[in-house]
Ligand binder design. Structure first.
Ligand code: GLP
Length: 244
């Protein structure tokens, strides 16, 4: 029996990365304008950098105000603290938080230096729940379909947890480090549960290299070997893809 595929997703294709970034920033700005004390789920990687740049401009021009915003980030490398310029805490300060009027004490990134990462994961999920969940979760996508650091696996993993990074992820992220040996082998990532509980999902991807995995994720079967494919079951997803 064949049923018609009905996915509630919005798939937007743009010509340029700038257009992608402008659209993504508009969507996030609308959330902040509608709910000044919203919870933003934020992501690292190169894909959202243009979006952050536009949000900084919007803040400087007075269009959006971060003073009541709380943010929760997806992931962090194990063993890197916020003073390390390759940590995701450092990335967020550098690419967004240092340039907008957000209260840094309301910006959360999992602690990759926690002694007990399992307890850290549980506390992180509880905190997100206590905040009332995220109003919008911004995501990039890895070449292997990972979101946050949820790598391809036999199962989708629900809670925030420690992961062993795939060799392909280590290779892809080596460009940010002095040598591939410096890339941490493990990370702590928000799991599928907190991601899927976000009220809105916004995934941004750009470049020819991401084309195949974007197609697999959103137009192929739902498969834990392609973690982003689970987003097909979320009721409010926007994917913005630019080939450049
Ligand atoms: C990292 C991050 C992901 C990100 C991915 C893609 O592994 N943990 O959250 O989406 O890289 O990065 P980029 O946007 O640089 O391609």
């Amino acid at each position: 029996m064949h049923s018609e595929r009905k996915i509630p997703m919005r798939f937007i294709k743009t010509k340029t990365y700038e257009e992608l970034s402008n659209k993504a920033a508009d969507i996030i700005a609308a959330v902040i304008i509608n709910k000044p004390n919203c919870v933003l789920g934020l992501a690292t990687g190169s894909s959202p950098v243009g979006t952050y740049k536009r949000l900084i401009e919007d803040n400087k021009s007075g269009k959006i105000d971060f003073s009541e915003v709380t943010s929760v980030n997806l992931d962090e490398y194990v063993g890197l603290d916020g003073s390390n310029d390759q940590s995701y805490r450092y990335f967020m300060n550098d690419n967004l938080f240092n340039h907008v009027n957000i209260d840094k004490s309301k910006t959360f990134v999992p602690n990759g230096c926690a002694d007990d990462l399992k307890a850290e994961g549980e506390a992180y999920d509880k905190m997100i729940k206590d905040l009332g969940g995220t109003d919008i979760q911004l995501l990039g996508i890895g070449l292997d379909g990972h979101i946050g650091f949820n790598e391809p696996d036999k199962y989708f993993v629900g809670p925030t947890h420690e992961v062993v990074l795939d060799q392909s992820t280590i290779e892809a992220n080596a460009r940010f480090f002095e040598s591939i040996d410096d890339v941490p082998k493990t990370a702590i990532t928000m799991g599928m549960m907190s991601i899927m509980q976000a009220k809105k999902i916004l995934l941004v991807a750009n470049g020819e290299a991401k084309k195949e995995i974007v197609e697999k994720s959103f137009f192929g079967p739902i498969d834990p070997m392609v973690p982003a494919s689970l987003l097909q079951l979320h009721p409010d997803v926007t994917v913005i893809y630019s080939e450049n």
